[in-house]
Design a protein around this ligand. Sequence first.
Ligand code: AGP
Length: 641
Amino acid sequence: MCGIVALIGSREAAPQLLEGLRQLEYRGYDSAGIATVEALPNGGGAPEGRLHCLKAEGKLLNLTARWEEQGAAGHCGIGHTRWATHGKPEERNAHPHLDGSGQLAVVQNGIIENHRSLRELLQAEGVMFRSDTDTEVIPHLLARRLDALEKEGHLIDAALLLRAVQEVLPLLHGAYALAVVWAKAPGALVVARRQAPLLIGLGEGEFLCASDTPALAGFTRTILPMEDGEVALLTPLGIELYNATGERVQRNPSLLTGTEHVADKRSFRHFMLKEIHEQPETAALWVARHLPEGALVALPLDEAVYCGVERIQILACGTSRHAAQVGAYLLEQVAGVPTTVFYASEFRYAPPPLSPHMLTIGVTQSGETADTLAALTMEQQRRQRHGDPAYAPRMLGITNRPESSLGRLVSHILDIGAGIEVGVAATKTFMGQLLAFYGLALAFAERRAAAGLRQPGLPDHGRLMALVAQLRELPALLQALVEDHDRRCAELAHLFTDTQDVIFLGRGINYPIAMEGALKLKEISYIHAEGYPAGEMKHGPIALLDARVPVVSIAVPGTVFDKVLSNAQEAKARDARLIGVAPACPDTELFDTLLPLPIVDELLSPLLTVIPMQLLSYHIAAHRGLDVDQPRNLAKSVTVE
Ligand code: AGP
């Protein structure tokens, strides 16, 4: 949600800022802007500069076109791609925001929660606001502070800008990352973060700062992730890093490894399609890492994660919550651990009473979802306050970004290792999250059996070994399924040209997959869709059905196969067009269209049934000519509550 880039060095900044923004555009794309500072010849006096600011509503190419017309000189600058929180997606609300004199520019990612009171205060002192954003208070506050410092006789230089930022930050409440440039200090860039990501990339004689790794990957592999509360002054000569209390901090940079940080569409029409096709690879990597020969499962987690756990609670949002629901099914039905899934956004305001020996799992592919982080923080704090060791926080994060804020918040991380996902609609990271839960359920099952805690009715060792054997076959199964269903769903998409509502039905372990199918369709095609447990249809939603409402029904052999088929019959009797995600067999001939699946153990079926959900949504949206990778109103990572 929103992307920040900032650069200082010896080259023209604007082209690199625009390239950095291009890499981050998936994080927000309703408007964009850059500000650069051009150093002016000063005849031996204090350095002076001219600030150039360009903004454009809509996609980044509008900003690029503006830059091509007007230019923006300077070796230092900041850029932003926006997902609107405060104020409509209009040019005047696009970042950077300037102070009254137009000499100081700020980009911000996050929310300044007390912006209203600050705005009122500033307005009472005569400050005129040009935007509806929360961010605009920052340049005005900084300008006033700089004015005051100048009047006190302080030298106008980079250090003064740093000092003003350090003095203004305590006035701001909320979670944010920001970058500031000032025409009067053309060789200085100040950046700061509080509970929002910001990383500094170290190039040769230049520094790039960004809110996410894709903007850095093409620039440098040497990075310095900023920590909470830190402020940095970047000049062409180096970095000065300070902690929240203003003390100088020294830290060694780290290296970005692999190609997973580079966003590349290859020959696919959209990132989403490419990422759907990458799922066999996601599975192959996971199998290679976590299903070694001769063992049930090997996860890189401390025994402290499992030891003595009596209950599990999982906090997540959106697609990650659907993965968590499949996970809860597995943890209960395979390992016998009572597990509850919460919407992270609800948990914080209505937490359940504390239970002892609880493992709390946060699931977020980005590791930056504000709702999830806030809920985990709240849970951690209330458990720390409790004092009884039985209630002590034990937190595990499942993420695709171990270096994210989640990675810093919780003590144990399970990296799903899916590589960068650019499409706003999560696909391969969902696969990675599901696999993480298969691993966890197997690991818990193994430990509980060893401790004599196996409950009757749960899979025995033989079935667990058979599950693992089938999991090893998963990459090949997925490969065939993705290729086959890509073609089938492309052919099916034209049937949805005038469709306004779709119902997705599933039961048991596939109920979350029905919800995921509905979410995917809503997100990228803007068609109204509902995911329902098939047995609930007759309790109300069946009233919606007629010949204009297609029903996608997930029916896999196992505990609820016949039940789901009966529920599908009920829909057919109301003239609904039935699409079955099911094996080809006489039982499934009732479907008007079949998206056929190979038969696997029912417990593994979500890993397959999700593929037609993703491809159907993709092809329906693409057929409608929609912007699949950057659907309206959405952002890849939602860093505001
Ligand atoms: C997925 O397609 C969605 N874009 C969205 O629901 C997403 O899953 C949700 O915002 C949570 O994101 P996270 O996994 O990064 O926490």
